[in-house]
Structures are given as C-alpha cells and as structure tokens.
Design a protein around this ligand. Structure first.
Ligand SMILES: NC(=O)c1ccc[n+]([C@@H]2O[C@H](COP(=O)([O-])OP(=O)(O)OC[C@H]3O[C@@H](n4cnc5c(N)ncnc54)[C@H](O)[C@@H]3O)[C@@H](O)[C@H]2O)c1
Length: 448
C-alpha cells in the first residue's frame, strides 16, 4: 500500500516538474487570473473556476476585465489550453487546485471566511485521492487546519482524509500566501519567493514541485499556520510602519518640517531603515484588512494586538485629517466647505491600478459630500463609480479640463498620467496628499 502510494506521489511530482500536471485555480480575480497566466506561460494546462458568470464569459471570449492584463495575454494562454468554468465537477480532472477567493471583513470588522468556506464546500465532493489543494487567500493562522481540512474531509463522498505522513494516501493540503504587490513592476512575479506550509511532508513536497516550476525560489515552512502567519506579519509590518509615518507627518506639519524630505534623507542610511510613505489613508484588499484577521484570532488566546489596533486607529483617521486640511485651506481663502466645488483626483487606492477596494478616495468623497461640498472626480481607470460594500457614490468621471472652476483640486491618487505642473497652473487651490507636487513651488499648493 505504502509503496503504491509513494509511486503515485512520485508520478504526481514528476507531472508537476514536467508541467504535465493539470492546474485548477479557483477565483479569477486580481490574484487568481495573473497566477493562471503565469502557469499557462510555463506550459501548464490551466482551468480557471469562478462563480461570476460574466467573468467566465469574458475570459472564454478572450477578453479581460483587469486593466494590466491584456486580452492578448488571455488569448495566448488559451492557446496553451487555458479555459474558465463555473462547473465544479471539472475539479475532479485537476491534479492541483489553488484557491484564490476573497477574504474580507464583515460589518463587525471580523473575518468573513464565507468565500473560502463556500469554495471548499463546492470542491470537496469532486476531490480524488492524491490531489493537491492549496489555499492562497490571506487569512488568520489556523484557517487551513481548522476550517479547510474539516470541510474537505467531511465533504468528499469517498471518505478521503488529509495525508499527514510522508507516504500516506489521501488529500494533500497546503497554505501558500500570495505576496503580489499590484502595480509594482520592480520585482517580477516569479522572483517573489513562494512560501509553502503543508499539512504533511508529501503535501509540502508536491507544492514545492509545482511552484518550483514557476517561481525561482520556494521557501518551505513547517506548517500551514507558519505560512499563514508569515503573510500577516508582512502586511502588519507595512500597516504599522505606514501608521508611524502618517502620525509623524502630522507632527512635522505642526513643526513646519517636510516629512518627505526627512524620509528621503533617512533612507540614505545603508542599513536598519526602510522607507514608508504617508498618504491619505490605507486602501486595497490587504493592508487595511488582513491585520484584523490576526486581532480577531488573538482574542481566542486572550491577547490584544495593540500595535495593530493603534495603527488601524491612525490610518483610518487619515481621510478625516485630509478633510480638515481641505476645510482649513478653503477657510484661509475665505471660503466654506459647504457648497464649495471640489475635484478629487484619483479613485484607485494607489497609483496606476484599477482597484478601488477600501480606497481612501471613497471615504474622502463621502466626507466632503456630507459637509455639503459639490464633489466631482477624475480617474482614468474608472469612467463611473457606483455602489460597493461600504460606499454609494453613483458618479461619473469628469474630464480634466477647466480646473479653475473648482474651489479646490484634491490629489488623492498620484496616477502617473497626471500632469501635475499643468494641474497646479490651472487650479485655484491644490490639496496634495501624496507629495505629487514635489518640486513645484506655488502658493496654491497645500500639502497634507
Ligand atoms: N489583490 C491583491 O493584491 C492581493 C495580494 C495578496 C493577497 N491577496 C489575497 O488574495 C485573495 C484574493 O484576492 P483578490 O484580490 O484576487 O480578490 P478578487 O475579488 O479580485 O477575486 C476573487 C474572485 O473569486 C471569485 N469567487 C468568489 N467566491 C467564489 C467561489 N465560491 N468559487 C469560485 N470563485 C469565487 C470572485 O468572483 C472573484 O472573481 C484574498 O484573500 C486577498 O486578501 C490579494
């Protein structure tokens, strides 16, 4: 029994290494779709799974709904066998299944694992012996063992168990965090080392063989929990350091010191310092959300994650700080915020990406409107903005012309397509939350 299992494992590992393994990726979003293309680019036959029928149809028609992914790259992948489906019975044909579905917070600021649970419940009935299942969604330590494994074991009709020992048959389960930084082209995706934590040695072996085919380096850790915690440490590190510079920015403004000049000088130190930059508040699916997955889990251990909570407090207050600065700048010009015409530049949560999840722009627009301002926005990535989980704006993008009509132009996202000198020249007042106007000397600029 053990020798036939080890033969099967060796065969599966060989299929991973020779790219003959079939890879299923669940969740064709910002993480799953680029990952599918990466595997396709390395000659793996990839099947994408998504419950959103419009995404399935767009991808199967050779189209794309993510700006930085071209339809040509989807069509290229199709030539290598890439197709997308909402039919979970096809999971049975996969050698490896990688789960990349959302892990947001619910309205009580607690982990919402419903997408992960829903996905695992859907795939469990189609699992077969020897299959590799990898969770990539960011989550709290313990999720793979406490949530994923029990559903897989209770939900498959053949009574398969998760393999723990090196030569045991069953399901091979792994957590491997996605570490991508959208819009950051300085590091190629395959150069970002892939952290892998398996429920058993065989699982870690198989996942290392699979990821080793596309990533230059695979970092094995002792358990899924270590891999889950690794991802959270990375994001908490960013969250806390961004909060630190956001707080110091406010102090520097009172002291009439340019925080950006300070950071530029500090980062010349060749060791022991990594620069983080202040801004209008956190955005995106990761940094504003993931740390609270750990805070929530910590409560089970009667532990308070004070750094995370303090950082959250400072970062979530930043849009209010921006609002105060817009109000003060208008006041200086003997204008009130009520009825002021304000143009917000940039909806995306950061430069040059088409993602507005948790974007501080949305909060700033809502705060401005609540104070009676007449708000317009411009963002080359969003012709319109409607309703989301936490906002209801219903607005259309305004062309970037006739800027003198606005009482203030507020730079919230510093897209590289914006011509900031021209914007300053035309506007009456520019409130800059990103240091986008660095080097431009004008009394019209208020930096905050
Ligand atoms: N976006 C990033 O930059 C980034 C970076 C690192 C980690 N992550 C993590 O990766 C995970 C995915 O994030 P994302 O940004 O790709 O999310 P996303 O919302 O862009 O995509 C998720 C996709 O999953 C699909 N989906 C939801 N439930 C499903 C189900 N039951 N079956 C099949 N498909 C389903 C959705 O339709 C959507 O297409 C999250 O845990 C996130 O925290 C994201």
């Amino acid at each position: 029994m053990a020798s036939s299992t080890s033969g099967r494992l060796a065969e599966l590992k060989r299929k991973m290494e020779t790219r003959d393994a079939r890879v299923g990726i669940v969740g064709m979003g910002y993480v799953g779709l680029p990952l599918a293309l990466l595997f396709s680019g390395e000659r793996f036959r990839v099947t994408g799974f998504d419950i959103a029928e419009d995404k399935v149809a767009t991808l199967n028609a050779g189209g794309s709904y993510i700006v930085r992914i071209s339809p040509a790259s989807i069509q290229e992948a199709q030539k290598a066998g890439f197709s997308v489906t909402s039919d979970y019975s096809q999971i049975a044909q996969m050698d490896a299944v990688i789960i990349c579905v959302p892990t947001p917070l619910n309205e009580h600021h607690e982990p919402d694992l419903s997408y992960v649970v829903g996905t695992v419940q859907s795939i469990a009935p189609h699992m077969h012996d020897g299959q590799l299942i990898i969770l990539e969604s960011t989550t709290y330590p313990g999720t793979t063992e406490e949530v994923v494994v029990p559903i897989l074991e209770s939900g498959n009709p053949s009574g398969l168990r998760v393999a723990r020992a090196a030569e045991e048959s069953g399901l091979h389960v792994v957590f491997s965090p996605e570490r991508e930084d959208p819009g950051n082209d300085t590091v190629a995706r395959h150069d970002i080392p892939k952290v892998v934590g398996g429920c058993g040695l065989a699982a870690a072996d198989l996942a290392s063989a699979l990821y080793g085919a596309i990533f230059r380096r695979v970092v094995r850790v002792g358990s899924p929990s270590v891999a889950e915690m690794t991802k959270l440490l990375e994001n908490i590190y960013r969250c806390v350091n961004i909060a630190l510079v956001n707080e110091l920015k406010q102090l520097c403004m009172r002291m009439d010191i340019d925080i950006h000049e300070v950071i530029d000088a500090a980062k010349t130190k060749p060791f022991g310092f990594q620069p983080f930059y202040p801004g209008p508040g956190l955005g995106g699916h990761c940094i504003p959300i993931d740390p609270f997955y750990l805070s929530w889990k910590a409560r089970e251990f009667d532990f308070r994650t004070r750094f995370i909570e303090l950082a959250g407090e400072i970062n979530t207050a930043m849009p209010y700080f921006v609002l105060d600065n817009i109000t003060a700048a208008l006041n200086q010009r003997e204008k009130s915020l009520k009825s002021a015409k304000i143009l917000v530049l940039g909806l995306a949560y950061k430069r040059d990406i088409d993602d507005l999840r948790e974007s501080p722009s949305l909060t700033i627009i809502e705060l401005l409107r609540a104070k009676g301002a007449i708000v317009a926005y411009n963002d080359p990535f969003f012709p319109t903005v409607g309703r989301g989980r936490h906002y209801d704006l219903n607005m259309q993008c305004t062309p970037l012309d006739n800027l003198a009509q606005y009482d203030a132009v507020v730079i919230v996202t510093d897209h590289s397509s914006y011509d900031f000198p021209a914007i300053v020249q035309q506007a009456q007042l520019v409130v800059d939350t990103r240091n986008a106007t660095k080097g431009i000397d004008s009394p019209k600029i208020v930096r905050c």
